[in-house]
Unconditional design. Structure first.
Lengths: 429, 113, 128
């Protein structure tokens, strides 16, 4: 199979036109001893066989289960129009938007996406997106150090997703950065909290936000987009930077990606924000247009002093998020959040045989201590068609019997009843 | 061309959910946001018209030649989009890889990687 | 061609004494090279710098350049007008487009800087 259009005849014509005898002549400036002699790549196969091969692998995954797994990524309903619209090839084969005359569609969608994020979070400026929620934490941390130039201490609140914590460690391993756990903003560049917490607990972090500002530290809030249908926003809590994983708003689980890194900030910090920013302007005829702006932050201009070395974004995923938020709309996001929260509370009420570990309110995710080993229970529930959740011991956040359960709007009352009954049956057998 | 916000009309909805089938539970006041997010209020049709129009304002590789860039100027076959969307792959939760207890749910993803 | 009551550095900064303070900016040559200035990132008032330390950053549509301390000293004032009107640097680089003022300046270091004539020759050599 080849999707390169040129035939041997075409190639010969091209060689004749430019006056060389073989394609190898184009690489003549590379010394012979540095040239690749052979490679161990199998012969290509047809499109038909490719599809069959990958389908066979896909069928080895179990996805028909009733899904209660969360931990930062959630099984939310994605409306059909999100796929239909984002699958238009004018969007998914578009080039990077640094040439605004070729990219008004992409640029306007980025502008609308940035605006949606600001309205969702009560922040003042958002960027065009980062890779995903974990590296967004890293970007917020380094942004804080650029703003707070004399400080290199990053404080991670215990609410933080352990995977994000690990990403922060690995990304800063070769930088002069000190990462501590806790909530003390003294001498810190920033304190990073997560709401809802990894274990599902929600709280009002406004007091900690104030404490941060009094201590000269930035206050960073990592949020869960769907939860902001109801929850107090990062802006309301006094956040300087708000970050998130955007998977929950219109992006399939896909075993980890592509996902969507969200970052928003206040006007006073915007020149230190990483990533692309789209702005509104007028063209030479005075008509409204859109263009990437504040580019002097980026590495193609500022080089080693750039805000970040990201020169990309997740435009297609950001577009999906924008379409999702547009379809859900103001009321729809509230409704989904109500459904998620109410259904989770309903499920909790049916788990009297277990202990809820959260000390306080939760949104749609909670931790529970079961009567016996969580992994065994999860395996048994798999066989019954349920993906029961994440055994907390396997992510270093709990004991052997602890399970992290998430409930989305997709879970019907029948599913919740059946899950609770099966969970009780297997736990207490 | 208007922004999606400029096309909003109060009360328009794109997607509605089924009626809540469990008792509604409200969050404590101090944990709630003060005002709903000012997201668009459009019908699905409004959204479809809007984003379809936006797509026509792009240069994409499928429609135009652009002699720019390196990583992005290559054609990808359509089959790539199809396999990425196979439910077995698209609906696989990444945390099935976290615990051995759920590894049998993601053997296909492991093999693919 | 360049103001004569002023001293110049090889990095195209100028410095001029006025009532005990030393005013610093970038030359018309530098401003022209940079293009339309969009933003100047200023130092904090009260900060002490040694000669050749990075003090500020000037951003244009196509570049972001560091501004170095022409002499050692302490920042006493910054030109707040540049916040809203960065174009003053292009329009009036030696007057209204000043960046910051310093005091506690090392006068020995000042002596070593180029005068207007030497700077003019230096700039001409740059163009080759």
């Amino acid at each position: 199979m080849s999707w390169i259009p040129a035939t041997d005849t075409d190639r010969q014509e091209m060689l004749d036109t430019i006056g060389i005898s073989s394609i190898d002549d184009l690489f003549s400036s590379i010394p012979d001893d540095l040239r690749l002699k052979s490679w161990d790549i199998p012969e290509g196969i047809s499109e038909m066989s490719t599809l069959a091969t990958i389908k066979r692998m896909a069928n080895k995954n179990t996805v028909d289960t009733v899904n209660f797994m969360g931990g930062g990524y959630y099984d939310h309903y994605i409306p059909a129009a999100v796929d239909a619209l984002s699958s238009r090839s004018e969007f998914y084969t578009a080039y990077t938007p640094y040439q605004p005359e070729c990219a008004q569609g992409t640029l306007q969608s980025i502008y609308e996406y940035q605006s949606a994020i600001c309205r969702l979070t009560d922040m003042e400026f958002a960027n065009a997106s980062l890779y995903e929620g974990g590296t967004a934490v890293f970007e917020a941390a380094t942004m804080s150090m650029r703003i707070n130039r004399k400080r290199n201490k990053i404080v991670c609140h215990p609410s933080m997703n352990p995977n994000y914590r690990a990403i922060l460690e690995s990304h800063t391993a070769n930088l002069d950065v000190e990462i501590v756990d806790g909530d003390d903003p003294t001498d810190a560049a920033c304190v990073i909290v997560q709401n809802p917490a990894f274990d599902g607990t929600i709280q009002d972090f406004s007091a900690l936000g104030n404490a941060c500002h009094e201590a000269g530290a930035l206050f960073v809030v990592s949020f869960y987009p769907i939860s902001l249908g109801l929850l107090k926003t990062p802006g309301e809590m006094g956040a300087d930077i708000a970050i998130a994983e955007g998977q929950s708003i219109g992006i399939p689980l896909s075993f980890g990606g592509p996902y969507l890194g969200i970052l928003a900030t206040l006007k006073k910090h915007v020149r230190k924000m990483p990533g692309r920013i789209c702005g509104e302007t007028v063209d030479s005829e005075g008509k409204r247009g859109f263009v990437l702006t504040l580019q002097a932050r980026e590495q193609h201009i500022r080089r080693e002093k750039a805000m970040s070395n990201i020169c990309s974004n997740q435009a297609l995923c950001a577009l999906r998020a924008l379409i999702y938020l547009s379809l859900m709309g103001k009321q729809g996001l509230v409704d989904i959040a109500i459904h998620c929260h109410s259904k989770a509370e309903y499920l909790k009420s049916k788990l009297g045989f277990a202990t809820i570990l959260n000390e306080g309110a939760t949104f749609n995710e909670f931790s529970v201590r079961l009567p016996k080993d969580a992994r065994e229970i999860v395996k048994a529930l798999n066989a019954e068609g349920f993906n029961a959740g994440i055994p907390l011991i396997d992510i270093g956040r709990g004991e052997a019997n602890d399970l992290l359960i998430a409930v989305t709007e997709k879970r019907t009352r029948e599913e919740l009843d059946a899950f609770a009954a099966m969970l009780e049956k297997i736990s207490c057998s | 061309m208007q922004l999606i916000y400029e096309k909003s009309r109060e009360g328009r909805r794109g997607i509605t959910l089924d009626a809540l089938d469990v008792p509604q539970v409200n969050l404590p006041d101090n944990l709630q946001r003060a005002h709903d997010a000012r997201l668009p209020e459009v019908s699905e049709f409004d959204a479809v018209r809007h984003f379809t129009e936006l797509s026509t304002r792009n240069f994409g590789l499928d429609s135009h030649f652009y002699p720019l860039g390196s990583c992005t100027m290559k054609y990808n076959p359509k089959i790539a989009e199809v396999v990425a969307a196979l439910p077995g792959l698209a609906a696989n939760h990444p945390h099935t890889s976290t615990s051995e207890a759920t590894w049998d749910q993601c053997q296909g993803s492991f093999e693919l990687i | 061609m360049f103001p004569t009551d002023t001293k110049y550095t090889k990095d195209h900064e100028w410095v001029r004494e006025e009532n005990g303070d030393y005013i610093v900016g970038i030359t018309s040559f530098a401003a022209e090279q940079l293009g339309d200035i969009t933003y100047v990132e200023m130092p904090e008032i009260g900060t002490q710098f040694a000669i050749a330390d990075e003090v500020a950053t000037v951003e244009s549509v196509k570049a972001a350049s560091d501004i170095f301390a022409p002499v050692s000293g302490t920042i006493s004032e910054i030109n707040e007008a540049l916040e809203d009107q960065p174009e003053l640097v292009n329009e009036s680089p030696f007057e209204q487009g000043w960046f910051f003022k310093m005091n506690n300046v090392s006068t020995e270091e000042l002596e070593v800087l180029m005068d207007a004539k030497a700077y003019e020759i230096f700039v001409q050599e740059q163009d080759h």
